[in-house]
Every structure is written in C-alpha cells, then in structure tokens.
Design a protein around this ligand. Structure first.
Ligand code: MN
Length: 429
C-alpha cells in the first residue's frame, strides 16, 4: 500500500528549477489542489516548486495514457471530488506520470504551468461532511486536567475514537480572514451574555481527505481503511473556548467550533507520505486492547505519520515592526492515540457512509512537552499564564489582527523532505 518507488528517489530533480530544494513542493511531493488562474475558471492542479501544473491542460495535452489520463481528466474540474473518488491506483498512476513529465531530462513544458503567486487557491474539494476527532491524547489529557485534575481522561477515551460532526459550510482555504464569533458566554457570576468571544483559540490538527467512499450500511474494515484516504492537509479548527465552556454539555461542541475552520490548500497524498510512515507508538502498560474492528497489525506497524507540526503567530505590531512570525509550538503527529485508519474504520462501523471529499480532523495534536502543545488553551494553562512574545507583547488568547500560521513538514534520512504548504488565517474583530 505504501510502497517506495522511483518517484521518491532523493536524487530526483525537476526542470522546474524552483522545485529543487523547495521546502514544501519538491518533485517528490506532487500534492493535489484546486486553483483559479487569473481570469479563468477553476481547475485541479499539482504543486511543483513555486508553480502549479494545470491538470485541465495536462488532460488535454495527449501526454498521458491509461489510468493516469483518467485521473488527470477527473482532476480537470474546479473540485477534486471526482479524482478523489477514483481511489489509489489512478492517483498513483498520475503521480508516476507527472513525476516523469516534470523530471530533469524530460522536455520542459512551461505551457502546462502557472505561477502559483498569480493564482487563487480554492478548497481542494467540495466537502459534503466534516467530522472532527479527538485523537491527540496529550491534548485530551491537558484539557481534561483543566476540568478534572485527578481524572483527566474520561473512561471511554482509550476504547472509542471520540469525535463529533462538524460543519462543512464554514471550511475555508488558507489565507482568509476569520471573523471573531459572537456567542453566549457565562461570566463566573450572573447570567449569560451575548458577546464577541474573548477566548478565541486555534487548534493544530491534520485534515484527512476521504477518497473512495463506502455505501450506507457497509463499514470499512480496518485493513481497507487506509485505501479510503486520499491524503492529508494542515487543519486549523478555530475554537471559541468561552462559548464552548458554556454550551458543550450535554451534546458537545456546536457554535464554538462551527464559525470557521481553515484548511491548507494542498492534499498531500499517501504516496508522497510513504517514506514518512511510522509504527504506532505501543500502548502504555495498562491501556486496554482495542476491539478487533480497530486493530490491524499492519496498521500498527506503519499506520502512523512522522510529521512535524509547527504553529507560529504574527501580531499586528510584529508585522508593523517587520518582525518574523514567532513559533508557538513544534510538535509531532506521532502523538495521536489512534491512527487515521482507526478513525476511518470507527467512523464507518455503524454503517455511516463516507463520500469522496469528506474531511476528517484528527483533533488537536499536542506533544507531552509544552513545546509541542497545539493550542493556546494548553500553552497558557487555560488562560491563567500568558505567554510572552519577543516584542514584549503577551497573549492568553488571540487578539484581533493576530495571524496564525501552521506548517507541517516531513523529513527522514535518505529521502527528500517535503511540506504541506501553509495554513494561515488572521483574526478580524
Ligand atoms: Mn478540533
């Protein structure tokens, strides 16, 4: 499933010069997205350095055959749902063909490229449903401690991949403004008030894109689950903690989450991530063995992802002073208690049908150490301990004008490092 092939060779270079040594998009990555060139309709594309390969132009070029041509045609429209629906084999064929086409030594085809800086990125797919999980066990523990210091994890956590149904309509691609939400907040004394959130936070997550769907009533077996995943993005699940604290019982998150979520524009495929698969960390002694529908030896051996997760902040004052964004955290996706395949298998075990282009959030991923905490709620101990920025400003939660920038990168000795591109959003009052 996750085979290493010639497309991963670290020696591979592209005739697109900006791709060589590019921090996110060298020729070994080839992520999928939807973009709009200036004055023209949206279409699918593949990032290569600071350029975008136009899948509509590629499909019309006559350069591809077989499954690769089928995949390029499916990706030629404004949303990638038809391409995601095809599953792994055509996607892999397209990757191989595009890798050969863009490799150094192949004839340069600049007519198939657009300068990324001249294009607008769209959501990669039309998201029918978005589900958010809670697979970051250190995040769940840190947040649980704020409410239950002696018993932070609820008893179901190590048996059930906890999740809730999110809101697809308010998903936006990286780069936009995020309006501070209004909502009900309950002061410590007195009646609740309607006001703008004062405890606005980000959540560092991975987005998991569903590829081929499943029929209603037909669960996806754990050993098949990875083949239903079309790729991954950076995902910021903005959260209004004050609204959340008042509204979340008994039915869970609602308006504190549904006002906006930001997803990075590129889908990094399982093929690109093959070198960065890892074994799932062994369950600590005393943790229960998951039920058989969640357990696969193969998934335990290579179902985790060794990805660095970085969050940076840039305030208005920092930008005015020309200061670089300040890193708030650097963590790892290895801190998920459940693998992506376990999340997908669990989601469908009741017969729920997933559709191509559905988006699953992993839940906030935090490291055990403070340096890798994936939200301000954790970094500031629930808002009690402000963090200091290099210019003397402090933050407990996000202020208007704050820009949050998230990056995900993968590296491993013997392979070309790749990245996911930015997930960026700025708070507006
Ligand atoms: Mn979340």
């Amino acid at each position: 499933m996750f085979q290493i092939d010639e497309t991963h060779a670290p020696s591979l270079r592209s005739w697109v010069a900006s791709a060589n040594g590019h921090a996110d998009f060298p020729i070994q990555n080839l992520p999928l997205g939807s973009f709009t060139p200036l004055g023209r309709p949206p279409r699918g594309g593949i990032a290569i350095g600071d350029q975008i390969l136009d899948l509509a132009a590629l499909a019309a070029s006559g350069l591809l055959q077989g499954e690769a041509q089928v995949a390029a045609e499916a990706g030629a429209g404004g949303t990638l749902n038809p391409l995601l629906a095809l599953g792994a084999a055509p996607r892999r064929a397209l990757r191989r063909a595009v890798s050969a086409l863009l490799a150094e030594g192949a004839p340069a085809r600049p007519e198939l490229l657009h300068k990324a800086a001249d294009c607008t990125m769209n959501l990669p797919a039309q998201v029918g449903d978005y589900t958010d999980f809670y697979a970051g066990i250190h995040h769940a523990t840190n947040v649980g401690k704020l409410f239950r210091p002696d018993n932070p994890l609820l008893p179901n956590y190590k048996y059930v991949p906890i999740g809730y149904h999110g809101r697809a309509s308010s998903l936006r691609p990286s780069g936009g403004e995020v309006k501070r939400p209004l909502g009900q907040r309950k002061p410590p004394e007195g009646a609740p008030v309607l006001a703008a959130s004062q405890r606005l936070d980000y959540e560092m997550e991975l987005g998991i894109w569903v590829g081929a769907g499943n029929a209603l009533g037909a669960p996806v077996a754990i050993d098949q689950a990875a083949s239903h995943i079309a790729g991954y993005s950076v995902f910021n699940d903005w959260s209004a903690r004050d609204l959340q604290a008042w509204e979340y019982q008994p039915l869970g998150p609602f308006l504190a989450k549904s006002f906006h979520s930001t997803v990075s524009a590129w889908i990094v495929t399982p093929e690109a991530l093959a070198p960065f698969r890892a074994a799932q960390a062994p369950r600590p002694d005393g943790d229960p063995q998951p039920l058989p529908y969640l357990w696969s030896e193969a998934d335990q051996q290579n179902g985790a992802l060794a990805l660095d997760l970085e969050v940076l902040i840039s305030t208005t004052k920092m930008r005015e002073a020309g200061l670089a964004p300040h890193r708030l955290s650097l963590g790892s996706a290895l801190n998920m208690y459940w693998t992506p395949a376990q999340l997908l298998a669990h989601h469908t075990i009741n017969g729920c049908n997933l559709a191509p282009g559905d988006l699953l959030g992993t839940g906030t991923i935090s490291s055990p150490e403070r340096e890798g905490f994936g939200s301000l709620l954790e970094l500031t101990d629930g808002g009690k301990s402000p963090i200091s920025l290099p210019n003397g400003e402090t933050r407990t939660f996000l202020e208007d004008g704050d820009e949050v920038l998230m990056r995900v990168r993968a590296h491993r000795d013997g392979f070309a490092p790749i990245g996911f591109g930015e997930c960026r959003g700025t708070i507006m009052g």
